[in-house]
Design a protein around this ligand. Structure first.
Ligand code: ATP
Length: 298
């Protein structure tokens, strides 16, 4: 018997970042939107915890105890006093270190898969608490849809989405380290007055209405200057997508994946072709949002 769980990637349609706190973390106003790029995590009984991964970026995924899926299985096993005797297989389609919360998705997927396999039947609040311990983006990977994250991003309020949005994601060669991007943010904002992060009412209203043009006008990512500073070539990718008809373009989270909002599926396809042909990215993918959170498939 095995259990397979599908988990979505995310894009931050707003990422407002406050000044570094004394503990080094940043307060955020983080509007997450789950998108239709997925990893699948399969949990199968095994003599002891074992991890495998397949997919185009599989060689960049650590298969030791640092893997977030393994840490999630161990956390659930410890919480319920069961043996973590499980083989976790990750079918990886979310770009690694791409600013799309792939590792967080795998953590949420592993939690849900092990919970079903072991019959631990953890209540949703318990799963969310375990997710928050594993990382600030993990609770959102569990719930999907759209949500406003505050604090370090882990306190979640679900948001209404009134329609389907069409997106293109340009996957860059190589990743960017999220801590390195935050360090660059700190360097670039040193000595400036960084405002308290707050969700944009105009953006929340655009999401609720399903209005792509209004959403395009309100997309913001405070980490974008830092990501562009570390990877200046991303500016060419952003320009290419805009010129091909995207309503708006931005760096996804800490990057280096870039995200393009399209008015309709045909324009999304045109933008994806232009991005691929330009050679400014490794590959471009079209998809829609919102997508559901961690879902048991079998
Ligand atoms: P975020 O958007 O949450 O900042 P990200 O999408 O930029 O994250 P991830 O793909 O989650 O980045 O990976 C970041 C690093 O985490 C990787 O370089 C890898 O070393 C490590 N990692 C741990 N577990 C996983 C996993 N299951 N999948 C991918 N990377 C993992």
């Amino acid at each position: 018997m095995s259990v397979t769980v599908r988990v979505p990637a995310k894009v931050n349609v707003q990422l407002a970042v406050g000044a570094a706190r004394p503990d080094g973390f940043h307060d955020l106003a983080n509007v997450f939107l789950a998108v239709g790029l997925h990893d699948e995590v399969t949990a199968t009984p095994a003599p002891s915890l074992r991890l495998t991964c397949a997919g185009p970026d599989a060689d960049q995924v650590p298969l030791d105890g640092t893997n977030l899926a393994a840490r999630a299985a161990l956390a659930l096993a410890e919480r319920y006093g069961v043996e973590p005797a499980v083989h976790l297989h990750i079918a990886k389609d979310i770009p690694v270190a791409g600013g799309m919360a792939g590792g967080s998705a795998d953590a949420a997927g592993a939690l849900v898969a092990c919970d079903a396999l072991w019959g631990t039947r953890a209540p949703q609040e318990e799963l969310l608490a375990l997710c928050a311990e594993l990382g600030s983006d993990v609770p959102f990977s569990l719930v999907g849809g759209a949500a406003l994250g505050t604090g370090r991003g882990e306190k979640l309020r679900p948001l209404e989405v009134g329609g389907t949005f069409h997106w293109v994601f340009a996957v860059a060669d190589g990743g960017l380290s999220t801590p390195a991007v935050y360090r660059e943010f700190d360097r670039l904002t040193e000595g400036t007055d960084v405002p308290e992060p707050a969700a944009s009412e105009a953006l929340l209203s655009a999401l609720a209405k399903g209005d792509a043009t209004a959403l395009a006008a309100t997309l913001t990512n405070d980490l974008q200057p830092a990501a562009l500073s570390l990877r200046p070539s991303l500016a060419d990718t952003l320009r290419t997508g805009r010129a091909a008809g995207a309503l708006a373009a931005l760096v996804s989270g800490s990057g280096p994946t870039t995200a393009f909002l399209a008015p309709d599926p045909d324009t999304a396809t045109t933008v994806a072709h232009a991005l691929t042909a330009s050679g400014t990215c490794r590959t471009a993918r079209t998809t829609t949002a919102p997508a559901p959170g961690a879902t048991v498939l079998s």
